[in-house]
Ligand binder design. Structure first.
Ligand SMILES: Nc1ncnc2c1ncn2[C@@H]1O[C@H](COP(=O)(O)OP(=O)(O)OP(=O)(O)O)[C@@H](O)[C@H]1O
Ligand SMILES: [Mg+2]
Length: 530
């Protein structure tokens, strides 16, 4: 068994490490999943030891790594990844299985430090038919002043962040891949996770559709436990495929054929990666589903939406920024769960942060229409240098990010929010039309009740009065343009109904007339016509 050795991290990143790299445990686990993806694993299994959360494990069936490689990483390469030749998305950046490589900084694995003081790593490396086991103890450098070293103070020297030791173990071809066991969890994480179970002690279901059902019922993930939130974040962030039926119900969505083809291809590409992530027995998928089927509504009244293409390639200071993906606009109905509202950026299929409901600070007063929007911006080229080291946010001054925001904002302003406005007006008009139709039907049935079934309603602008009853032809003839009617539309309608009551009561003998008139007014009121 070897002795403990120092882990060395290039000082250029330590300032960031000490500031705490990841926003949430999901961020740290996302890094392990990304490494498994890069290692061509087809399955990653994560366990959390729910509900105590005291041991977190992550096992993949990827290529594994050699003991020498691991030693090199720990002593020289943290902060210096050698995975990619170039990071501009050019050729050569694919794994053996043809997946676009995610890692490029050489710091992701260290993110586990966010959730534990110590972890073990076991790797069975297929190529050398060799295996090793390492223990990694991490210094408590987060937020501690003495470890915060800015680039100006110590420019080049590597810094110790903890210790590690390695021992070779027997190679087992059935265990090819990498297994990470995080124990001695940080209490901040464990306590918070356990506490949040008090209100929502639900374990995960075994089916992803059940998981989504609970979330849709709750309408947001926020109201569930930290644990559920972490699982949700992973399902959004990881390079997973969409659900089998796809993210879009094409019958309910207006879309250009070209965009539809692209989105079908995108879903297919993700499927070809054959990458499965299972957490505590639950196999994850991307949670997107548009429009959401509402079982309370009849088929004809289900929500509809429209898709807008994001295809764009621009040069920013000589570097290409290439985008694809979609923005989905749901007509007059907020997207649910609320965690899907807004826009999400993906670089190499991995989500950066979460959906931004403020649409990257879109310069308009937030309106409910913002909630009708859900989009995924796939960055095909560029933007990577704008990433902050947490890989969950961007440096907003970076020219690529500034450009991306500009492109998205003009699309929102020139097309999407305009369409949202049109959709709203169309819907209001439709509602109004339905209401008119309903009133007409009620009126007809009242008239038939009073005058008999052979009476019909007609309209003519040739007569002087708003309404006459032609007893020869069995017609009730209306003139909505009559000068005897008031100008206001709603008052005109009201007077028309009173005119009906008046004209019908004129047909009965004089001594019954007054009673008839009031009785009709009362019937009209009861049917909601007045
Ligand atoms: N699950 C794994 N399977 C095989 N090799 C791995 C695995 N996890 C890490 N490695 C090796 O360890 C190295 C360091 O991983 P780490 O996540 O810290 O950096 P990276 O993936 O190269 O870059 P990034 O910081 O952008 O993720 C990787 O480059 C890879 O060689
Ligand atoms: Mg990585």
């Amino acid at each position: 068994m070897s002795d403990w050795q120092d882990i060395r991290v290039s000082s250029k990143i330590l300032g960031h490490v000490s500031a705490g790299i990841y926003r949430s445990p999901a961020g740290a686990i996302k890094e392990l999943v990304s490494n498994a993806f890069d290692a061509d694993a087809t399955r990653v299994a994560i366990t959390t030891n729910w509900p105590s959360f005291d041991i977190i494990t992550c096992r993949d069936n990827g290529s594994g790594m050699s003991q020498e490689k691991f030693e090199l990483i720990m002593t020289q390469e943290i902060g210096d990844s050698d995975k990619r030749l170039a990071i501009d998305g050019s050729a050569g950046d694919l794994t053996d299985q043809g997946r676009p490589i995610i890692g490029w900084l050489g710091i992701g694995m260290l993110g586990v430090a966010q959730i534990c003081h110590e972890f073990k790593l076991i790797s069975h490396y297929k190529k050398d038919r060799a295996a090793f086991k390492a223990s990694i103890r991490l210094g408590d450098f987060r937020g501690e002043e003495k470890h915060y070293i800015s680039q100006e103070q110590v420019p080049k020297q590597p810094i110790d962040v903890g210790k590690f030791k390695i021992e070779p173990i027997d190679y087992d071809p059935d265990k090819v891949g990498t297994y990470i066991i995080a124990s001695d969890m940080r209490s901040a994480f464990v306590v918070k996770f356990r506490e949040s179970l008090a209100d929502n002690p639900l374990p995960l279901p075994s089916k992803f559709s059940e998981f989504l059902k609970v979330i849709h019922r709750a309408r947001s993930v926020k109201s569930l436990s930290d644990y559920w939130q972490m699982v949700w974040e992973l399902s959004v962030a990881c390079p997973l495929s969409y659900k089998d039926e796809g993210a879009f119900n094409w019958n309910k969505i207006e879309v250009e054929p070209e965009l539809r083809k692209q989105l079908v291809e995108l879903q297919e590409t993700l499927r070809t990666y054959q990458f499965e992530v299972v957490i505590d027995g639950l196999a994850l998928r991307k949670p997107n589903q548009y429009p959401l089927f509402d079982p309370r509504l009849p088929k004809a009244k289900q929500t509809k939406g429209k898709l807008f293409s994001l295809n764009k390639s621009v040069k920013v200071r000589g570097e290409t920024l290439k985008l694809s993906g979609y923005i989905y606009l749901q007509y007059s109905r907020a997207v649910e769960p609320m965690e899907l509202r807004g826009l999400l950026i993906r670089i190499r299929n991995i989500a950066i942060g979460t959906y931004d409901p403020n649409l990257f600070e879109f310069p308009q007063v937030p309106s409910p229409r913002f909630n009708w929007i859900s989009g995924e911006i796939y960055v095909e080229k560029g933007l990577e240098f704008a990433l902050n080291i947490d890989r969950d946010s961007f440096n907003e001054m970076n020219p690529h990010f500034v450009k991306l925001r500009e492109v998205i904002h003009s699309l929102l302003e020139d097309e999407i929010l305009l369409e949202a406005g049109r959709g709203q007006r169309k819907l209001t008009a439709k509602k109004h039309e339905n209401m008119q139709q309903e009133k007409q039907t009620k009126l007809e049935s009242l008239i038939h009740q009073e005058l008999g079934d052979d009476y019909a309603l007609a309209s003519s602008d040739e007569q002087q009065f708003p309404l006459i009853i032609d007893t020869d032809q069995n017609l009730v003839v209306m003139n909505n343009q009559s000068e005897l009617l008031p100008n206001s539309k709603s008052k005109r309608e009201l007077v028309q109904f009173i005119a009906h009551a008046f004209e019908i009561s004129m047909l009965v003998p004089a001594n019954e007339r007054r009673e008839k008139f009031y009785q009709l007014l009362s019937n009209f009121a009861k049917s909601g016509l007045l």
